[in-house]
Design a protein around this ligand. Structure first.
Ligand SMILES: [Zn+2]
Length: 273
């Protein structure tokens, strides 16, 4: 599932392909990706507002990818398996749910599981999921002090607070697990019990982990022309995520998996306290 680093890499890589270009046509092939609910008709219809608009730029907020138009915005959420595929003029479309036709080719939003979503918006903040986003780990404001403000008074496990998009924007299961391992903090700890030093370590670890992940996502950068493209280096970077039963590279203890909030949490009982 694309988290902050993956979506940021997609935004930076797709921008040169479409910035300054005008959208000739929009094609919604599978309307489900534009629906808020099963009977929502406004969502699918509103996507036509992007037709004839010029792309100003591409950016990310949390795990949302935003295409800024000369009037309005398109907001994409990739969820588990959504992705972009670029089709040159001569190449026929494969499975595409929503297509933007440019003079130079077509940007397809593809999600065979139909969990990803695309919306047209007047302003990004019109989408509650964007308006309520918390602190972004790539922003200059992200610091131990700001993180302390987020964790203070919270009795929830620290991992679930880090994954709460209204607290910290963009972290998901993988990079949260890696950040907590880097900071040697047990993901089950109640957030309010972290000391000032642990909180500063955690903020540094989060910032370092997402920056390193972003770098690996850009090298090699996504190849949107290959419909099978996906990030290759994330798994190689993981020191604890999805490594249940294997030995911790830092202390040699056996990595454990527990469930938190319905998702798997991986951690090392030897060195995460
Ligand atoms: Zn360990």
């Amino acid at each position: 599932m694309p988290e902050l680093p993956e979506v940021e890499a997609i935004a930076r890589t797709i921008e040169p392909l479409i910035a300054g270009r005008r959208i000739l046509a929009t094609r919604l092939l599978h309307p489900i990706v534009a629906r808020n609910s099963p009977c929502d008709t406004d969502g699918p219809l509103s996507l036509a507002n992007a037709r004839a608009r010029k792309v100003i730029g591409v950016c990310r907020r949390g795990k949302y990818l935003l295409i800024e138009l000369d009037r309005g915005w398109l907001a994409y959420h990739f969820r588990l398996s959504g992705q972009f595929v670029w089709y040159d003029r001569r190449r026929p479309l494969g499975h595409v749910d929503f297509a933007l036709d440019f003079p130079s080719g077509t940007l397809g939003f593809v999600d065979e599981r139909h969990l990803g979503r695309v919306r047209w918006l007047d302003r990004p903040e019109d989408l509650p999921g964007i308006a309520r986003l918390g602190l972004d780990p790539l922003s200059r404001d992200f610091s131990g002090e700001r993180l302390a403000g987020v964790l203070r008074g919270s009795r929830r496990p620290v991992k679930l607070v880090l994954m709460d998009q209204e607290k910290i924007a963009g972290l998901g299961n993988i990079w949260t697990a890696e950040s907590l391992w880097q900071a040697r903090i047990d993901p089950r700890r109640r957030a309010e019990t972290l000391s000032g030093r642990e909180t500063r370590d955690l903020a540094r670890s989060v910032a370092r982990v997402v920056r390193r992940a972003l770098k690996s996502c850009l090298d090699p950068a996504p190849d949107f022309r290959n419909p099978e493209w996906w990030f290759e280096n994330g798994d190689k970077m993981a020191r604890v995520y999805a490594r249940e039963g294997r030995r911790c590279g830092r202390c040699g203890a056996v990595i454990r998996r527990v469930e938190q909030g319905g998702r798997s949490t991986y951690f090392c009982p030897g060195c995460q306290r």
